[in-house]
Design a protein around this ligand. Structure first.
Ligand SMILES: [Zn+2]
Length: 383
């Protein structure tokens, strides 16, 4: 409709300054919105950064209209990270320009942000060149915390500027304190605890900065090499059993974080899940043994509904890492973290098995007649 007609076509496209008039993007956005075409189709001139910004516009409209936005592209992001993350971190300009239409420094920040989204952190990326790059929000921890992230690409593969120029520590201090913590008020100030530097790799000497940084800022500084972050993300997507509480120790290392730390954090999560489910199973069994004694009939375990809800309440209050209680007026609510589905699955499986075991044991041990049988025996006068 626009060819040789709309002003934008006549003045911009014909002159060759852009390949399409401004209505093209709007038309494509409308078609994606109407689900006439999929962002996964090949669309002329719409790819990489351009396509993403267009999708953001479409999603914003859906949000404005209260529609559910399309689910996160977890697979796509994971693939991007696995193929390009390290190349981009090492300033591969060709990959950055051709695939992402931007400078490697910007693409790197974007990929780091995606990596933490895949780890189920809330993030605030800041695209301006000034100050910190990303704030990570661990809002679902029992004690929430914030992490200030600074991303560093390094063409030679190792980021060593901080070792050569220790004064740079004061710039980082500025990012954490003046440009972040000082702007927070009340209890939020106490949440600002960690700083993370992310680069393709770091020299060992860099670890000497951590203590000094803690002294001048109160922040715990750690270094996260890209391959370690990649391992963490891949491991987590395969087995999402970390929550904001259990992953916190990862950011308290005050040294270069390594692959062993990733293994350790998952082992710790397994231990936490085991001990939590053990506590819950014990609680369930205790309650059942208390109440099955007063149940009248042999074929059933009779439970008062008030008892059932009190058992449920006890179990829920035991799960403080997964369920966040909230009181509005006189009504009590619980908030369940949907990202923790894998943890729920494991715990509920164990709890379910325990419940079945309790039934089995009672079933095998029961010798009493049922009430129905007793009644019949009486009526038929059989002893
Ligand atoms: Zn046009």
């Amino acid at each position: 409709m626009c060819d040789d007609k709309c002003a934008d076509y006549l003045y911009q496209v014909k002159k060759g300054s852009t390949p399409f008039c401004k209505h093209y993007a709007a038309a494509i956005a409308q078609l994606i919105y109407e689900k006439e075409i999929s962002p996964k189709d090949k669309i002329n001139y719409m790819e990489g950064q351009v396509l993403e910004e267009l999708l953001e516009v479409v999603n914003q409209r859906k949000r404005d209209e209260g529609e559910e936005i399309t689910h996160r592209d977890i697979e796509g992001d994971l693939e991007k990270l696995n193929t390009d993350f390290l190349d981009i971190a090492r300033q591969n300009r060709t990959v950055a320009r051709q695939k992402y239409h931007d400078e490697p420094e910007n693409v790197f920040e974007d990929l780091v942000n995606r990596a933490f989204l895949l780890l189920d952190f809330d993030t605030i990326p800041q695209r301006s060149g000034h100050g910190w790059d990303i704030i990570l929000i661990a809002g679902r921890a029992v004690h929430p915390y914030f992490i200030v992230v600074e991303c560093k690409t390094a063409a030679e593969g190792t980021y060593s500027y901080l070792v050569k120029k220790q004064d740079y520590l004061f710039t980082l201090k500025n990012y954490c304190i003046d440009l972040f913590k000082d702007k927070l008020i009340g209890t939020y100030k106490g949440y600002a605890k960690y700083m993370l530097l992310i680069a393709p790799d770091f020299p060992g000497e860099i670890e000497e900065c951590c203590k000094r940084f803690k002294d001048i800022t109160g922040f715990q500084l750690s270094f996260l090499p890209v391959p370690v972050l990649l391992k963490l993300v891949n491991r987590y997507r395969k087995m999402p059993i970390l929550n904001h509480d259990w992953i916190e120790s990862f950011f308290q290392k005050e040294r270069i974080i390594n692959e062993k730390d990733v293994e350790e954090i998952f082992k710790e999560a397994e231990r936490q899940i085991d001990s939590l489910s053990e506590r819950l199973c014990t609680r369930l069994r205790e309650r059942f043994s208390q109440f099955s004694q007063i149940s009248g009939d042999a074929a059933f375990i009779k439970l008062d509904m008030n008892v059932v809800s009190s058992v449920l309440e006890e179990i829920i209050s035991e799960m403080s890492e997964l369920v966040i209680p909230e009181r509005k007026g006189i009504v009590d609510y619980i908030n369940i973290e949907h990202d923790c589905y894998e943890i729920w699955e494991r715990i509920l499986k164990k709890l379910g098995r325990e419940f079945v075991n309790i039934l089995k044991e009672t079933s095998f041990s029961q010798v009493k007649n049922t009430e129905l049988k007793e009644d019949l025996l009486k009526m038929l006068n059989i002893k």
